[in-house]
Design a binder for this molecule. Structure first.
Ligand code: BGC
Length: 256
């Protein structure tokens, strides 16, 4: 297989997804395989699921880009909001590489979506401050200035009305509280308004599963900054994770 094709994996609190990605074109080449995240979401059992995806795509021994729902520094998970706390201090790269026999390059999941958007999606060529928010089990964030990523911003963990924003305005919070997307949209608007005050962004982009519902909540958004769902929708996480791995390999970084 050509070297511009990589396996992208997107680890979430609810599901672990995988697809082959053409990182030269920023395109998903296969259907997305979606398997439930084991509960408790501990390293060993998640490694087994990642290995199932590797086997399904016959990807043994070849490189993987992995978006992961935590602060990721040098391949190590440094937080664990929607996964088991035993991940903190664990090398995602070593854990998944041990489980699969593949070299693994790990990046925060929202940063991965942002990387895809900036290279192939609606963030491409946009100057100034761009913030991409992923709407899923948590609220993920990717912050760019003139196309440069500031990694691990974790803006879903800002305080909003005395609580952690993602506990109030994620897709999981919507389900928990039995809200329609329209009702939830009012909450999300408060969150975006807070980000607008803090960062004066030029553009908000949306990703993750909830971005597919944009039409249902768009009329609840009442802020000055333009907001649009990235055209890559929930493919961004996989595309960006694979692209991140390619960029790391091009820099000569070796995992494993
Ligand atoms: C995590 C972030 C992640 C986001 C989306 C948050 O709970 O802290 O690291 O990007 O969820 O998965």
């Amino acid at each position: 297989m050509e070297d511009h094709i990589l396996l992208g994996i997107d680890v979430g609190g609810t599901a672990i997804k995988g697809a082959l990605i053409d990182v030269a074109k920023g395109e998903q080449l296969t259907e997305r395989l979606r398997l439930a995240t084991p509960q408790p979401a501990v390293p060993a059992s998640m490694g087994l699921v990642v290995n199932e995806i590797v086997k399904e795509f016959k990807w043994e021994g070849k490189p993987i880009g992995c978006g992961f729902p935590s602060i990721v520094k040098n391949g190590v998970a440094c937080s664990a909001a929607n996964i088991d706390k035993s991940w903190i201090g664990t090398s995602i790269e070593k854990e998944f590489s041990g489980a699969t026999g593949c070299p693994v390059f790990a990046v925060n999941d929202a940063d991965a979506a942002g990387i895809a958007s900036i290279h192939f999606g609606d963030g491409k060529g946009v100057g100034g401050t761009v913030i991409l928010i992923t709407i899923g089990s948590g609220l993920g964030s990717a912050l760019f200035y003139d196309g440069q990523l500031v990694p691990n911003t974790e803006l879903g963990h800002l305080y909003l009305g005395g609580r952690i924003a993602e506990h109030y305005a994620s897709a999981k919070a919507r389900e928990r509280d039995g809200l329609s997307w329209k009702e939830w949209g009012k909450r999300f608007n408060k969150y975006l308004r807070h980000l607008e005050r803090l960062f004066s962004p030029d553009l908000f982009l949306l990703g993750g599963g909830g971005s597919n519902k944009f039409d249902e909540f768009a009329d609840r958004l009442d802020i000055h900054t333009p907001v649009k769902p990235d055209r890559l929708f929930n493919r961004a996480g996989l595309i960006g994770a694979a692209h991140y791995a390619r960029l790391q390999m091009q820099k000569g970084k070796n995992q494993k």
